[in-house]
Write a protein that binds this ligand. Structure first.
Ligand code: ADP
Ligand code: MG
Length: 831
């Protein structure tokens, strides 16, 4: 049976049932899976970089000859030492290398390499392995060897047994491969061209062993893959046989061969992308002359092709989704004088240019017959809420209901109070009566919830504000026209789809418009993928009169200066937040900081720190895992009330309080009956108290960048100068150091978001595993933005104005493939 991509790996030579079972545990079941197990690096064994071009500290890939070995029995551990003579640069660099495409045997060109070159050896490298007894019989002088590892300076001279020479470098525990010698036999001889005289692929191990107990090494994988390619090429050649029947032999090649082509040929030609088969083969066995720099940075034509393909299908799917939406029927609002009057009478201030523009974009969507799916991005404090409320008024003045959802009860309540205040004296020009606003959150008692639901259902409310209770509990609207999702990044993408889908099942005459808002600026790369199905508006301007927030770092030992500053601000009539990563002390199993210990593994590196002298040496403090004693909101509330901040009015707020208590505390803080709010990250999003001018964040090194930025956004909301103080504990990882420095350096949310993405990766960026990111096999969102943008524009023109030179069957094949892959590979939920 000829191999094709779907052939189970057990049918491949050298694999068989047992190895196949083992590979299956690593998700490798078919030939295709194996082909997409790509090398993670390459070694240039054709033109290895000469030792003279390396510096201490470089990672080096060297080819050399074993000169001598010795096992040193030291007191602590036996050390195996080996001296390797490094082959100097080839004297005939013009010699053609083996071409992986055509030549399997390359004996003629191997000769030069296999000839013993001892007279030319210029330099030696000393290699050392601790506990290296097992290597004792592995090496013997004269063997050829490939080494990979970090070059370290060596002052001790040559290893024992080695002939004189100069040793500038040593390598500690390098990875190595013993190369086949001139007398190699059997498989070693057959595959000699895979190990030497070429750019050699190095693979991540797939674990496990062969039936005879050998490890599934890079060498093993090379041989397996080489065999696969040889067979696939033979199949392809057969499929290519001239004279094969069929109207269009060109298509036959791309669809009927054993590695089906997935991109239309005309598209590939225009973008100069190799075929899928060539791309895969070139990544496993790069032809001579491939740029090592391009290989290592994933920018060879082969890389670009496979990355493009992944992005192209993703963007194609998103494009279709957008179009499907455009063909659905949404609610069509009008903006007449009544609407304009309504908007005017509630505006408490002059909107910024950006707010006006964005409202314009939203209203344009609302007036159209298509359902709106718009993402409103705006940095913290940019004034999204009022824009959203204006959009709600447009809906209400058109006789519809609007719903607004917030991720926390505090925020929902705040929106509710803000909306009520804003609409308090307003009369709807449309109905000639006041606006009716209803709050619905999970923690209301059953009766209140029932009441709220009834008012919503009977159309006795114009604007429903709530947490996701609005979606998760059964809430039916009378006539819902607009859904607003605030701080959407906190919801996770799955939830977002749920929110968006909830109101209007397909088939209902008109579905509501949806506006999602986020204060976490979304780096472009994610906007094009996770949010690729939404139109975007950005408020890129802060309301006037804001002064930049002064941000400072200060070590915990100097807390007293911070408390003095808090007192000063309060004396000036201002208010402050003090934020802690955890709610309580030692018994706190759920710190209110979701990635405190996962941010960058820094918890593991923490060494126990001594509590600052002012702290009571209480054993109650949180010490789990980290060894570091964390100050907690509850304990510090007690301590500050009776100590450094005695006499001020302090409040405590955290997620474990009842929602009544939370609400009361928040309301008192808003009215300035509380000067200082000691809190956890429950205040992270949305909370708006313009008189608060100081944000103190303790253990700031433990917070993620997005969180720090959100927290800082709680101040600087009024005319007064505002401050953010980052109090840091003792051991700070270099990543945390970068975060803190970035916070001090900039207030630009987009800049911080990019750094956050870089540090945490796309999967963690939203602080939620269910971010809905597609699974890419090769593409990397951090690295490949340029290809992503290309793929997006190609996808959209593929749908909009298909290239006339692409034959129909090829276009059909693209759609078939998309249908087949969309759910499985990209895992994006249909909205
Ligand atoms: P966010 O975009 O973070 O949700 P908010 O909508 O909470 O920001 O607005 C932040 C603060 O700025 C609020 O106190 C709001 O009343 C005020 N604000 C919003 N727009 C303006 C404006 N155009 N002029 C003056 N103040 C404004
Ligand atoms: Mg907001």
């Amino acid at each position: 049976m000829p191999l094709d991509l779907n052939t189970p790996v057990k049918f491949i030579k050298r694999i068989g049932d047992r190895v196949a079972a083992n590979l299956a545990t690593r998700g490798v079941e078919t030939v295709e899976d194996l082909l997409y197990h790509l090398p993670f690096r390459y070694e240039d064994r054709l033109h290895p970089k000469p030792l003279s071009q390396y510096n201490t500290g470089d990672m080096a890939s060297l080819i050399g000859e074993v000169r001598g070995t010795v096992l040193l029995r030291t007191r602590s551990a036996p050390i195996f030492e080996m001296t390797v003579g490094i082959t100097p640069p080839a004297t005939n660099p013009g010699a053609p290398g083996p071409d992986s495409r055509t030549r399997v045997s390359t004996e003629s060109s191997m000769e030069g390499l296999l000839k013993p070159p001892p007279t030319q050896i210029l330099e030696t490298v000393k290699c050392m392995w601790f506990h290296g007894t097992y290597l004792k019989d592995k090496f013997h002088p004269g063997q050829h060897i490939a080494l990979y590892g970090k070059l370290e300076g060596s002052r001790s001279g040559n290893a024992l047994n080695a002939p004189p020479g100069s040793t500038r470098f040593k390598m500690i525990q390098p990875t190595f491969e013993i190369l086949p010698g001139p007398n190699a036999t059997g498989e070693d001889a057959e595959f000699i061209s895979l190990e030497m005289g070429r750019i050699v692929p190095i693979y991540e191990s797939l674990g496990g062993t062969t039936p005879w107990g050998a490890k599934l090494t890079s060498r093993w994988l090379r041989r397996v893959l080489w065999t696969i390619f040889r067979e696939l090429t033979e199949n392809q050649d057969a499929a290519n046989t001239p004279g094969a029947p069929g109207p269009d032999s060109r298509i036959r090649v791309s669809t009927a061969s054993s590695v089906p082509e997935t991109l239309p040929q005309a598209l590939r030609q225009r973008l100069q992308l190799p075929s899928r088969m060539d791309a895969l083969r070139d990544l496993h066995f790069p032809p001579a002359g491939t740029s090592m720099t391009e290989l290592m940075s994933a920018r060879t034509p082969a890389h670009r092709r496979l990355i493009f393909e992944e992005f192209f299908y993703l963007e194609l799917g998103l494009e279709l989704k957008r179009r499907k939406l455009r063909n659905r029927i949404g609610t069509t609002f009008t903006t007449d004088d009544n609407v304009r009057k309504a908007l005017k009478q509630v505006l408490p201030f002059k909107p910024t240019t950006a707010q006006k523009r964005v409202l314009g974009e939203i209203v344009t969507d609302m007036r159209s017959t298509k359902p709106m799916r718009r993402l409103l991005q705006g940095d913290v404090g940019s004034g999204k809420t009022i824009v959203a409320l204006q959009a709600a008024l447009v809906a209400i003045e058109n006789g519809y209901q609007a719903a607004m959802m917030a991720p926390t009860e505090i925020l929902a309540t705040q929106h509710y109070l803000a909306a009520k205040k804003l609409l308090a004296d307003a009369i709807s020009p449309h109905t000639n009566r006041p606006y009716r606003v209803t709050l619905l959150t999970g923690s209301l008692d059953e009766r209140a919830k029932r009441d709220a639901r009834a008012r919503i259902f009977r159309g006795e409310t114009d604007l429903a504000i709530g947490t996701h209770a609005l979606v998760e509990e059964k809430v039916d609207f009378d006539n819902l026209g607009l859904v607003i999702v605030d701080e959407q990044h906190r919801f996770g993408v799955q939830q977002r789809f749920k929110l968006m889908r909830k109101p209007g099942p397909d088939g209902v005459a008109a579905e509501p418009d949806v506006l999602v808002m986020t204060a976490t600026p979304i780096p472009r790369t994610l906007a094009l993928t996770v949010y690729g199905d939404l139109d975007t508006s950005i408020i890129d301007e802060l309301p006037p009169g804001r002064t930049p927030i002064v941000t400072r770092r200060i070590p915990q030992e100097r807390s007293s200066e911070v408390w003095d500053f808090v007192r000063k601000q309060v004396a000036a009539g201002r208010q402050a937040y003090i934020v802690y990563p955890v709610i309580e002390g030692a018994k706190d199993d759920q710190p209110e900081l979701d990635f405190a210990v996962t941010v960058d593994g820094e918890a593991d590196r923490k060494t126990p720190s001594v509590a600052p002298s002012k702290q009571p040496s209480s054993s109650k403090r949180f010490t789990a895992k980290t060894g570091q004693k964390l100050r907690s909101a509850t304990e510090m509330f007690d301590e500050l009330s009776t100590g450094p901040l005695a006499g001020l009015k302090l409040g405590l707020l955290h997620g474990r309080m009842s929602s009544d208590d939370k609400e009361v505390t928040m309301a008192r803080f808003k009215r300035n009956e509380i000067n200082v709010l000691v809190s956890t990250t429950v205040i992270e999003v949305g909370v708006d108290v313009p008189n608060a001018t100081l944000m103190v964040i303790e253990h700031a090194e433990r917070f993620g960048l997005a969180q720090l930025h959100q927290l800082r956004g709680r101040v600087g909301r009024g005319k007064q100068k505002s401050y953010c103080v980052l109090v840091t504990g003792e051991s700070i990882s270099s990543e945390a150091e970068n975060r803190l420095n970035a916070m001090v350096r900039t207030q630009n949310g987009f800049e911080l978001a990019e750094l956050d993405l870089e540090q945490r990766g796309p999967g963690e960026f939203f602080g939620t595993r269910q971010a809905g990111l597609p699974n890419f096999r090769i593409a990397n969102l951090l690295r490949d933005l340029d290809i992503l943008e290309l793929a997006k524009s190609e996808a959209s023109s593929f749908v909009e104005t298909p290239d006339k030179t692409i034959p129909r069957p090829e276009i059909e094949a693209v759609w078939t493939r998309l249908k087949h892959q969309w759910q499985r590979r990209y895992g994006l939920v249909e909205a």
